[in-house]
Design a protein around this ligand. Structure first.
Ligand code: AMP
Ligand code: MN
Ligand code: MN
Length: 320
């Protein structure tokens, strides 16, 4: 499989790379790492990355790549999708994936629909960046590639903290760190650092959170009014769900925010062995066992009770 994908890259002239909407550290890191690696190994190829709006925090990565934000067709003969579990998750870039001659789908989501001509989906890997590390020739990983891969691993493992950070993840992290990257800065400035208004928004969401299911589930909802109060945007909500998850006794944390009228983005995080990807699958979403997401449509109170029913089923299935 590893040889096959590099053959496909070698046969292509124009290569497009794309990840999921509202890109996180793993999405940006894996897209930029793949871009840099192809540029280094196959300098004659034209390579582009399709990105939905990327947080400024990741400027140190995106400035080093040819990024397309206005979604015009680059007529790619090969499309490489990274960290995206289905075509819908690719947002506006999805139509170009369908148009491309060949598609390579590289991911680590258990819910991946295997939509590529070649699919490399590793649910046991911490991140798409970890999957890429295994696909790259280690000797060809330079400082720029290492920086991008490290960013993705740090973000998807919560700085090597979550249960998806296994021995191999730590080994890869150590190897990348030795390549002279500014790991402290990546961790501090892209993972922990928050703006003043992000912290105020976090405070408001914690104050308005409510416990359900005998204290086993915590829910916080940020409406348009909540965002308006702090002149904040959905991209300012990063990290809130993790703060909800660490509350004593909580098995599932749900952070919900309004995308537009009647449209709500849900982020779920689980403790112990509750499978929240199954909850999200019921609502057309997906993700990982302990971190998943979906979108709810309609009246939020009705939708919340349906969501809680499914969460309850999974908590009981886990015997908790
Ligand atoms: P989030 O809560 O948005 O940070 O997402 C948690 C995990 O679930 C990530 O790995 C996402 O890629 C995945 N995910 C989030 N939303 C969806 C969705 N609507 N469909 C499929 N996977 C999702
Ligand atoms: Mn992601
Ligand atoms: Mn990921």
């Amino acid at each position: 499989m590893k040889t096959k994908i590099w053959e496909m890259v070698s046969d292509a002239k124009v290569i497009a790379i794309g990840g999921h909407i509202r890109p996180d550290g793993d999405c940006v890191g894996s897209c930029v790492a793949m871009y840099q690696y192809i540029r280094k190994m196959y300098p004659d190829k034209q390579v582009y990355i399709y990105f939905d709006e990327v947080s400024k925090t990741f400027d140190y990565l995106t400035v080093k790549a040819e990024c397309v934000y206005d979604y015009h067709d680059v007529n790619a003969d090969l499309f490489i999708t990274l960290d995206a579990s289905d075509i819908g998750r690719l947002g506006s870039a999805g139509c170009y994936v369908k148009k491309a001659e060949k598609v390579i789908n590289i991911d680590h989501h258990i819910s991946n629909t295997l939509f590529g001509d070649v699919n490399i989906v590793c649910p046991d890997s911490s991140s798409t960046c970890e999957v890429l590390y295994e696909l790259f020739d280690e000797r060809m990983i330079d400082k720029d590639i290492a920086e991008a891969l490290y960013t993705g691993i740090v973000h998807d493992t919560g700085v090597f903290q979550y249960s998806n950070a296994l021995k191999r993840t730590m080994e890869i992290g150590g190897t990348l760190k030795e390549m002279g990257i500014d790991s402290d800065r990546i961790i501090d400035e892209t993972f922990y650092e928050k703006t003043y208004k992000q912290n105020l928004l976090l405070g408001r969401c914690l104050l308005s959170s409510k416990l359900y299911l005998d204290g086993k589930c915590i829910v916080s909802i940020a409406t348009k009014e909540t965002f308006d109060e702090f002149d904040a945007a959905p991209s300012d909500t990063e990290g809130i769900v993790n703060q909800l998850r660490i509350i004593k006794g909580v098995k599932v944390a749900a952070f919900i925010y309004e995308l537009s009228e009647g449209e709500y983005k849900v982020s779920l995080r689980a403790n112990q062995n509750v499978d929240v990807s199954k909850v999200c699958a019921v609502f057309g979403g997906g993700g990982h066992i302990k971190a998943a997401g979906c979108t709810l449509y309609g009246d939020i109170e009705d939708q919340l009770s349906k969501l809680l029913e499914q969460i309850d089923i999974q908590i009981q299935d886990a015997g908790l």
